[in-house]
Design a protein around this ligand. Sequence first.
Ligand code: HEM
Length: 401
Amino acid sequence: MGRADGVDEPMRPQPDPAVLDGLDLLDPHLHASYDLTPLWRRLRATDPVRRHDRFWSVTRHADVLRVVRDPDTFTSLKGNMLRTLLRGHDPGAGRMLVVTDGPRHTALRRVLTPGFGPRTLGPVTRSITEATRDLLGALVRAGGGDFVAEVAAQVPLRAICELLGVPERDRRRVLELTAQAMLGDEGAGLEARMAQSEILLYYTRLAAERGSAPGDDVISLLVSAGLTEEEVLLNCYNLIIGGDETARLALAGGVLALATYEKEWARLRADPGLVEPATEEILRWTTPAAHVGRVATRAADVGGRRIEEGDVVALWTVSANRDETVFDDPDRFDVGRQPNRHLTFGHGPHFCLGAQLARAEIRALLAELRATVTRIEVTGPVTWLPSNFVSGVATLPVALA
Ligand code: HEM
């Protein structure tokens, strides 16, 4: 293990096999405290479409694909994660891209897609490369620190600001507010709620400005397409929640994997041709969105089980990405893995719009690490996020040399 002496293992323990059947997958702390690999393996083998009290768990790659490829039968309109689905509604339903369906989804996606095309992504990628170089350089000079706070939390937010066309002068404030607002996601404290209102107000003003003077950015695209103010805000919000935390977790989880599997880091350092497959392997290995959710609009068969109309279905991509029928030696982190048919970005009509952006962030990190770092060491306890949806590390103390 690439870590300093006397430090706890950076990996979470695996649960006792005797208790696997009784584990509550909704419990956020279960995901933070344990590496659930044995549970997913058991479910894929013995109960791949499992009935729980309030939802189904789908754990095999083929069954996840079957569901996401059939949006008429499995809708996103009621939400796309267990938290909102079990609450019974999603505030963005029918208006925010990821929780729309059918022709409305197609139309919205058509509006947003140019914002992720080469004309926008070119400059965004350059700014990601610069930000990564500056932040990583500062961390190396400081002798180390929390990789999440110092690098992984900064790059994705900067990229999103760039995509949305937040002017340079406002960046610092917007980044601070967004960070505060995100902290409030689980049971919003006062500070978080105030930051959320302030940020909404900020984007409302920005949208009004872009209405009269449009640019190449995503807000201008939304405003020019005639979306209402609320729809513009919801879709900006979709990009922030969709692209901030997920990318952060992939970057930080990638560094943890390279620190842990030293031989894979050495292979990557020796061969620039491995940056591409290593990027995909980090995406598979980290799977920052542990599940996506759907609701059945009619009775349907999945993996031999009958799902009834109205049933909530959780598709555990974190398990599908370790499916032994699709990946050779799935529990091995292999920077040269090819092919790599991971479902980290989902699949089908809702396939992640920011996938190329997220890949650019990981590639920039790997390129910079290869250029400037030889040793990656975990120097303190690693903590994991308590959530059944976003999966990954909350803090990652490292030394880079
Ligand atoms: C959709 C994961 C980065 C924006 C999705 C979906 C997944 C996902 C699983 C499908 C959701 C579903 O089927 O219900 C990830 C991961 C990322 C990442 C793991 C980072 C490693 C980004 C970034 C952005 C973004 C950087 C933009 C700034 C979106 C949007 C959708 C989406 C707008 C909705 C697409 C649609 O419904 O048509 N993402 N994402 N994501 N993602 Fe990402």
